[in-house]
Design a protein around this ligand. Structure first.
Ligand SMILES: Nc1ncnc2c1ncn2[C@@H]1O[C@H](COP(=O)(O)OP(=O)(O)OP(=O)(O)O)[C@@H](O)[C@H]1O
Ligand SMILES: [Mg+2]
Length: 222
């Protein structure tokens, strides 16, 4: 059904200029993701995975090609329109968590919110319960374990009720027990209907998804 496509990548190409050299990090990548799909992006180092995730997260713009999110093209959007798209539609989990060290867990969660402080706090509490960290609400990031930090980062990515959750190597810095906890959390979010895209080298996580997009030298392997 065409109207259940949430993310549509059409010939996405990204060329970086490194000195006089051109790096074709992504080269004509085309795919559709259905709403509610749980997808892994895999491939060797340098294949273009992070580049693709940044484009999908509206954190960067393609050199050519087009990205549609929920039927809306991001082509030609102004910086402010792209920022709005990023804040309203997309939740992003960075490999190194990206938590602000001087803010508590609760403050980290409510910082990027688009709605009233009171509403934000209520929803942040709900999300903390969901990721099992209610008791860590007033802790600073450096008082948390790696697995806990990752769960806070995921909760924060969900605070604006995004349509799609993007995560770059979400288990990359975690031991297997914490990696397993993150996988279970993704399963639960997926069951609740969230669309999830993870970049991962972790075969357990990749195999737990419904679909794998394999990148090689910036191209999708069919
Ligand atoms: N800002 C940049 N400027 C120049 N080249 C870049 C830039 N970012 C990435 N590249 C190059 O683009 C290619 C794809 O990089 P990308 O970070 O997307 O790979 P990746 O698949 O995420 O790798 P990894 O598994 O190591 O994280 C690489 O050749 C990389 O060196
Ligand atoms: Mg990467």
């Amino acid at each position: 059904m065409a109207d259940s496509i949430l993310v549509s990548a059409q010939g996405l190409t990204k060329v970086y200029n490194r000195g006089t050299e051109e790096v074709r990090a992504l080269d004509g990548v085309t795919f559709d993701l259905q709403r509610g799909e749980f997808t892994a992006v895999v491939g060797v180092s340098g294949a273009g995975k992070t580049t693709l995730l940044h484009l999908l997260g509206c954190m960067d713009t393609p050199t050519s090609g087009e990205l549609l999110i929920d039927g809306q093209s991001t082509r030609g959007l102004s910086d402010s329109a792209l920022t709005r798209m990023r804040r309203e539609q997309v939740g992003f989990v960075f490999q190194h968590f990206g938590l602000l060290p001087t803010l508590t867990v609760m403050e980290n969660l409510t910082l990027p919110t688009l709605f009233s402080k009171k509403e934000a706090k209520a929803y942040a509490n709900e999300l903390l319960e969901r990721v099992g960290l209610t008791h860590r609400r007033n802790h600073l990031p450096n008082q948390l374990s790696g697995g806990e930090m990752q769960r806070v980062a995921i909760a924060r990515a969900l605070i604006n009720r995004p349509q799609v959750l993007l995560a770059d190597e979400p288990t990359g810095n975690l031991d297997s027990a914490n990696g397993e906890a993150i996988l279970q959390l993704f399963h639960q979010l997926h069951r609740d209907g969230l669309t999830i895209i993870v970049v991962t080298h972790n075969p357990i996580l990749a195999n737990a998804t419904q679909r794998q997009l394999v990148l090689h030298d910036g191209r999708l392997v069919p």
